[in-house]
Design a protein around this ligand. Structure first.
Ligand SMILES: Nc1ncnc2c1ncn2[C@@H]1O[C@H](COP(=O)(O)OP(=O)(O)OP(=O)(O)O)[C@@H](O)[C@H]1O
Ligand SMILES: [Mg+2]
Length: 259
């Protein structure tokens, strides 16, 4: 987000966006092949992704599950333009993501991707409305449009009565809903969520997943969600499992994950 916010003009460059075919139902929204990624140097070097392929269709809700340290967050970062893989190719909405310049990757993320993280990442000084308006500023909307979109987004996550609250006046569940409203306000084609429910109780976790599901069903958004939370299996079209940097299943049986 920080590098994205330094962009002065997003909208014009985005008009030359990815090909139309990649946005149609059933097309592959994400097609990643042969991803590797290591961290550290010399004897401390560890390979975190060991040749990962990931295909996700447009409108699909995919959960990525696996033990701590197995490479889930690294994979999410590699397919969403946040961390460059050492090897491999990531095609997202028809764009060869890592062949783009850094600033085009930033613009791509701003225009097409919504991110939801465990820690909410809200600005302490801003109200719920301002959190969303700040992001929409960089999507080429006028102040009036930004205000209307921010209000609509907060109402859609059930926070119409909390528009002017700052984070310290919001519960954990409400904070996560603001973060979701912020991610969804620009109607992203792709939603990347990393442990979006881990700081929430069961009821708030369910609300979060229902919001993500309605985004997929109503707006055709593609959702890739990393989680340890077995209760989320019921919301997934598909569950992918990863262990020690390798995909172990691309279509795990959701009933295996039920309590
Ligand atoms: N920027 C980094 N620098 C060094 N090591 C890293 C970095 N990012 C991740 N790692 C290491 O890579 C491994 C995999 O990390 P990753 O965050 O992808 O795991 P994860 O599956 O998301 O785990 P968790 O469920 O605990 O979030 C870990 O051992 C981690 O320490
Ligand atoms: Mg992680």
């Amino acid at each position: 987000m920080s590098d994205g916010l330094s962009l002065l003009s997003v909208a014009p460059a985005l008009q030359a966006g990815p090909g139309v075919d990649a946005h149609s139902p059933g097309a592959l929204a994400i097609d990643a092949r042969g991803l590797t990624r290591s961290f550290g140097k010399g004897v401390m070097r560890t390979q975190v992704l060991k040749g990962v392929d990931l295909q996700v269709r447009q409108g699909e809700i995919v959960l990525v599950m696996g033990p701590s340290g197995s490479g889930k967050s690294t994979l999410l970062a590699a397919v969403s333009g946040l961390t460059r893989p050492d090897e491999g190719r990531v095609c997202v909405l028809g764009e060869d993501l890592w062949s783009l310049t850094r600033s085009r990757i930033d613009r791509f993320r701003l225009r097409y991707c919504g991110f939801i993280f465990q820690g909410f990442n809200l600005f302490a000084a801003l109200t719920a409305m301002q959190q969303i308006e700040a992001v929409l500023r960089y999507c080429g909307l006028s102040p009036k449009e930004r205000q209307a979109a921010a209000r609509d987004a907060l109402i859609s996550v059930g926070l119409g009565h909390r528009l002017n609250n700052r984070p310290d006046k919001l519960s954990g569940g409400e904070k996560q809903r603001v973060a979701i409203a912020r991610a969804l306000a620009k109607k992203p084609k792709l939603i990347f969520a990393d442990e979006p429910t881990s700081a929430l109780d069961g009821e708030n976790g369910q609300i979060v997943m229902e919001l993500l599901r309605s985004c997929a069903r109503e707006q055709g958004a593609t959702v890739v969600c990393v989680t340890h939370d077995l209760r989320l299996a019921q919301y997934a079209d598909r569950i992918i499992t990863i262990e020690d940097g390798r995909i172990t299943s691309t279509n795990a049986d959701p009933s295996l994950f039920h309590h």
